[in-house]
Design a protein around this ligand. Structure first.
Ligand code: BEZ
Ligand code: FE
Length: 289
């Protein structure tokens, strides 16, 4: 096709799909929609060539930042509300299960496996408040789920995750715990503080361009897995934290807000947090998708 026009270029590009090699129906679906939306966006804003070149340079700079320590594209997706949207589309609620939210870029595989109640805290920070977190892992009929793995991670009182802070020990404030025969889990951690997502480099450039801010409310990440149940990636938010209503990545859900209460006299931690998780049955969840 020669001499494409503003009016026909979208159809011409869509027509080229699968012309010279077979493509799967899902590939076609994704590419057709991507081309339509991308062309629609360029037309909507009447994108200039300078802006197009700037975007190419920007994406190149974002890619160059990616390493095993930093996944810039997850961060950009979070700032644009894409990760929270994809999470809601991938994990529709089909019953009473606990709501999921974004994974974010700070998860690390292979956190230390710890006995029930153990502490993830390897380094003391002045002013930190310790918390005993406990609850039950349940199915959607309220029955306990023993043997579930609860993978937890959070930021330190300086607002940094351990893998972004050379002053913290490896895997500080991370751990994996298992629910017992009654479905009960427990671990000791610290009260998470609000923190800024990385606001330097291309993520910061995007936030500033949007006139938004970097802050997230205090939260503990928890990923709960057990064969036969839909994996749950979630976060528990501190009910008394700032930024619950203006999270930079739009990931706060009312049902994930927990109250950090003063611990009873004689307890080993300053605070206690009680939070139960209900897992969706894998087969039922797949049927609802
Ligand atoms: C986090 O909660 O760790 C997070 C989520 C999205 C972007 C940045 C951080
Ligand atoms: Fe986080």
């Amino acid at each position: 096709m020669r001499n494409v026009t503003v009016d026909n270029v979208t159809d011409v590009v869509i027509d080229s799909l699968g012309k010279h090699a077979d493509i799967a129906p899902r590939q076609r679906e994704i590419m057709e929609s991507l081309i339509k939306h991308l062309h629609g966006f360029c037309k909507d804003v009447n994108l200039t060539h300078d802006e197009f070149l700037y975007a190419c340079d920007y994406l190149g700079r974002a890619g160059a930042l990616c390493s095993d320590k930093r996944q810039e594209f997850i961060l950009l997706g979070d700032i644009l509300g894409v990760e929270v949207l994809v999470d809601m589309l991938s994990n529709p609620i089909s019953g009473d299960e606990t709501v999921s939210t974004v994974l974010g870029p700070f998860f690390r595989e292979n956190a230390p496996v710890m006995p029930k109640g153990a502490s993830t805290v390897q380094k003391h920070f002045d002013g930190q408040e310790t918390v005993y977190v406990e609850g039950y892992i349940l199915d959607n009929k309220g029955n306990p789920i023993p043997g579930a793995i609860i993978d937890v991670w959070e930021d330190a009182p300086n607002g940094l995750y351990e893998n972004h802070d050379p002053e913290q020990p490896d895997y500080n404030l991370r751990g994996r715990f298992e629910s017992d025969a009654k479905g009960h889990y427990a671990f000791t951690a610290i009260r998470p503080v609000p923190y800024p997502i990385p606001g330097d480099e291309t993520a910061g450039e995007l936030i500033r361009y949007m006139g938004h801010h970097c802050m997230r409310p205090g939260h503990i990440h928890m990923m709960v897995t057990r064969d036969g149940y839909r994996p749950l990636i979630s976060q528990i938010y501190d009910a008394d934290s700032a930024h619950l209503d203006d999270d930079s990545v739009f990931a706060v859900k009312e049902d994930l807000i927990g109250k950090f209460e003063k611990a009873p006299e004689g307890a080993e931690t300053d605070l206690v947090l009680r939070f139960d998780f209900t897992l969706a049955d894998q087969a039922q969840a797949m049927a609802a998708e």
